[in-house]
Write a protein that binds this ligand. Sequence first.
Ligand code: FMN
Length: 219
Amino acid sequence: MKSFSVSDLDRKDIYSLIISLIAPRPIALVSTVSRSGIDNLAPFSYFNGIGSNPASLSFSIATKEDGSLKDTAKNLLETKNCVVNFVTEDVFEAMKLTANDFEANIDEFSEAKLTKLPSDLIKSMRVKESIAQFECELIDLMNVSNRLESLLEHSILGFNHKLEPGSGNLAVCRIIKVHFSESILRDGTNHKIDALKYLPIARLGARHYLKSSIDNFIQ
Ligand SMILES: Cc1cc2nc3c(=O)[nH]c(=O)nc-3n(C[C@H](O)[C@H](O)[C@H](O)COP(=O)(O)O)c2cc1C
């Protein structure tokens, strides 16, 4: 058994241990929109549900090496809504493309050749090719560092304010509308998903992914 104090490891090693051991992780392909109307897409696998009352989920956006926020976090602070698009084989290759660090003025739907589908209740676009989407409103965005602060409360500091590199910015969102393809509906029901039909792709450590397959299901 190998044991390390976190204080003896550098940040890149800690990152690698976290993503290798907390696995497999679901992937949220998150679309947001800036105040000036530029649509953005990026995948996040520090992602999970929180509760059903209110219907809520969270994902965590790491602070960049220079202490600045990724576009997804900036857009959330500006417009306070997002769509979580779910990842199956249909959008897997495009999802990886959207992880590139594009300039904020680049529309990542066109870069990834994905089709925009307007949301019913919010400004952020849905990904038409994605098998399911949640329309969400931001409840809070919390920077998890030594200083524990809510970015929403402190957004007055402006985007020049530097955060701890690698610190997580936890987006907590209320799910306000759900869309999913009839192809994953459980027979005889109106809003239940058939676990044997929905085949999500999950992220493992490094650049590895896990493909769900009927042959691998256990009970
Ligand atoms: C499958 C996958 C999962 C990812 N998960 C995360 C994550 O949970 N948190 C994070 O900050 N970055 C994550 N990334 C990296 C971001 O997607 C990447 O930094 C992206 O460029 C951010 O885009 P933005 O600046 O448009 O927000 C992930 C990348 C991939 C390919």
